[in-house]
Design a protein. Structure first.
Length: 158
């Protein structure tokens, strides 16, 4: 009896320690995968920079990440890797879900990362190759708009 109480107490401590927070777990994911579009002046309709921005949309964010609608990435998984692949890992998706289900805590402000400084304007991506149906085409560069939604490949042979 005493033993099972200890086990329950240990489980409670473990569950408490495992609750993800915005500052320590969620902000780093969003700053890496979302804010290039979800910040002022970019294509997405709202910013995901602050706790307030994110907490009021927590349910929607959990849904779109679980369905892999966000970040937008059209390539189907399992057919090799692309340069600059834009996908969340299963672990990151789970963390977002757990955060939403556990009440979307903000956490310790000392753990909050600063949003990275992102460049604006057109970007030129690395030289690489893209897989196309029916073969592989090599590209010299892929030019992208600020949000990488509209990308244009410059063929190597030109
Ligand atoms: C390449 C740009 C881009 C990236 C990266 C991106 N988003 Fe978006 N997001 C958009 C655009 C554009 C829209 C509005 C149009 C749409 O819903 O497709 C949007 C809409 C949304 C919506 C609203 C969906 C709805 O049904 O109203 C949510 C929530 C969202 N994004 C969350 C995220 C999260 C979380 C990430 C990172 C894991 C992310 N987005 C990454 C461009 C982006």
């Amino acid at each position: 009896m005493k033993h099972s109480k200890i086990v329950v107490a240990l489980m409670a401590i473990k569950a408490f320690a495992a609750v993800p927070t915005f500052n320590s777990d969620i902000a780093p994911i969003l700053y890496e995968h979302c804010i290039q579009c979800h910040r002022p002046g970019q294509v997405a309709p709202f910013a995901l920079l602050t706790y307030q921005d994110v907490a009021k949309r927590v349910g929607l964010i959990a849904t779109v990440t679980q369905k892999r609608l966000m970040p937008p990435w059209k390539a189907v998984a399992g057919y090799g890797h692309f340069l600059d692949e834009r996908r969340l890992s299963g672990k990151q998706i789970d963390l977002i879900r757990q955060w939403a289900e556990s009440g979307a805590a903000e956490g310790d402000p000392r753990q909050k990362p600063s949003p990275p400084q992102l460049k604006t304007g057109r970007r030129v991506h690395r030289r690489g190759s893209l897989l196309r149906p029916g073969g592989r085409t090599r590209y010299r560069a892929v030019l992208c708009g600020p949000a990488r939604l509209q990308c244009r490949a410059v063929r190597q042979d030109r």
